[in-house]
Design a binder for this molecule. Structure first.
Ligand code: G4P
Length: 190
């Protein structure tokens, strides 16, 4: 998506450790006009699917997931990374190791928010090694729900999560795929 790519080039900052800082429009401060346009683009790709839930992970995926869910007139659900006192009842859980943050998390979704009747679109701000998306897919499977695809704002194509999922037949729709990034610049996949 050209507008997202232009914004990444204008406002993104490549940090050490293969990390792209996008705090000014996606991760910390949210550019709502941009996210709205991103959601339109995702909706155009998945419009024929009867999406009933958009599933993401706290925290940075939530805004993107909410804009998309609004387009499908459905709810957005986010997996929590820890049990909190406001979660009760049975839960779906999956392990998720973050190579970026070097932390092991458990993703947790209360069973009451996903069922075998749901057609689920996974959404997240970043796709790197695919740990988070794989954990969400395993939760969807446990719920007996249908996965209809995955919408990603920024895929780091030089890490292999996205291509591994495509090879398994998952419809991964990424609005910007970065194939190379370093202090000298950012190269997008055509
Ligand atoms: P993976 O899920 O694809 O394997 O990715 P990884 O474990 O490496 O990334 C984990 C977290 O780091 C995710 O956030 C992801 O969105 C974020 N992330 C990965 N690469 C980048 C990057 O280059 N820039 C930025 N800004 N974030 C990146 P999270 O665990 O969901 O945490 P949160 O940031 O949403 O709280």
């Amino acid at each position: 998506m050209e507008l997202l790519k232009e914004t990444i080039l204008k406002k993104g900052k490549v940090l050490s450790g293969d990390v792209l800082k996008v705090g000014s429009f996606l991760n910390n401060q949210i550019d709502v006009k941009l996210l709205s346009a991103m959601a339109d683009d995702v909706f155009a790709h998945f419009k024929d699917k009867k999406v009933t839930k958009v599933l993401t992970v706290e925290a940075s995926g939530i805004a993107f997931a909410c804009f998309i869910a609004e387009r499908f007139s459905c709810d957005a659900v986010f997996a929590k990374k820890s049990m909190t006192t406001n979660v009760d009842g049975e839960t779906f859980c999956a392990d998720c190791y973050s190579f970026t943050h070097k932390t092991a998390n458990k993703l947790i979704v209360p069973k009451e928010y996903l069922s075998e009747k749901d057609v689920v679109l996974v959404a997240d701000d970043f796709l790197a090694n695919g740990q988070a998306v794989n954990a969400l897919i395993s939760i969807i499977k446990d719920a007996g729900a249908e996965l209809c695809g995955v919408a990603i704002a920024i895929e780091k194509g030089f890490q292999c999560g996205g291509d591994a999922l495509r090879n398994r037949g998952v419809d991964i729709y990424s609005l910007a795929v970065i194939d190379e990034m370093n202090a000298g610049g950012i190269k997008f996949r055509a």
